[in-house]
Design a protein around this ligand. Structure first.
Ligand SMILES: *Cc1c(COP(=O)(O)O)cnc(C)c1O
Length: 240
């Protein structure tokens, strides 16, 4: 009794953060002409301990994202994650696909034809399907992962035709910038999303546009994001 009381008090900052973020999300969704439910909130849990993650799940979060396979698999047994969707959002090496194929419901960071091939191969081997997003390097940054916009169409058609893969949409991490600058990248990504969706008509039904993080999820929603990935604004600054 005492213990759980202390426990809850210690984590009450999470209640405040969750309330604040879901309110901002709902306001932005309405401002963009949609309903709050039309924009999904992902809690990004890299470097976050299982107790904090579990608390967030109790508050109502039903989607978490991890960047690294090893960190995810290490935490998994401590999570009360029944009914929670888990997505991979960090660069994924082909040789790690096998490890997460039965754990995650979506890989958001697909950025090469060889990764598409390996995901498809593992889906067939495991007799399952996997939802994916193609990650676009929208700022054309040398140091960043993600597909150059010119390669998007080829990869999208390949993914749509690969056995086991369900292509759901696009993801981006724009360059660090101010809100106005960020909004331009989000708009550019939304255009790519619309072009890709229309060129795939009949082959894939694109419905997920994953963009926006702690510092820029409001402008991302105003530009049409359907899924925001929020880490530090929910859990506090990361301690590596
Ligand atoms: C870490 C991370 C986030 C969350 O970042 P915050 O700024 O803490 O919200 C979102 N997306 C990706 C791909 C990340 O790596």
């Amino acid at each position: 009794m005492t213990e759980s009381f202390l426990h809850n008090r210690e984590l009450s900052y999470l209640d405040e953060n969750y309330k604040h973020i879901t309110q901002l999300l709902a306001d932005a969704a309405v401002k963009s002409g949609r309903a709050p439910e039309d924009v999904r909130l992902m809690a990004v849990t890299k470097t976050v301990a299982p107790a904090e993650i579990n608390h967030m799940l109790k508050l109502g979060v039903d989607l978490i994202g991890e960047n690294k396979v090893q960190e995810l698999m290490g935490k998994l047994e401590f999570l009360e994650a029944d009914g929670t969707d888990i997505h991979i959002i960090g660069h994924l090496q082909s040789n790690k696909v096998r490890k997460i194929i039965d754990t995650v419901s979506m890989i958001q960071s697909v950025d090469s034809t060889s990764l598409i091939d390996e995901i498809s191969r593992q889906c067939v081997l495991h007799n399952r399907t996997m939802e994916i997003l193609l990650e676009v390097n929208i700022g054309e940054e040398q140091a960043k992962t993600g597909l150059p916009a010119e390669q998007l169409s080829e990869c999208a058609h390949k993914a749509a035709e690969s056995e086991g893969i369900i292509l759901k949409g696009l993801m981006c991490v724009p360059p660090v910038s101010d809100e106005n600058e960020a909004r331009k990248y989000f708009e550019k990504t939304r255009r790519l999303f619309e072009d890709t969706a229309s060129s795939l008509k009949g082959k894939a039904e694109l419905s997920v546009l994953s963009m926006g993080m702690s510092s820029d999820f409001v402008p991302a929603i105003l530009e049409g994001s359907t899924l925001v990935r929020v880490g530090s604004a929910l859990f506090g600054q990361r301690r590596y």
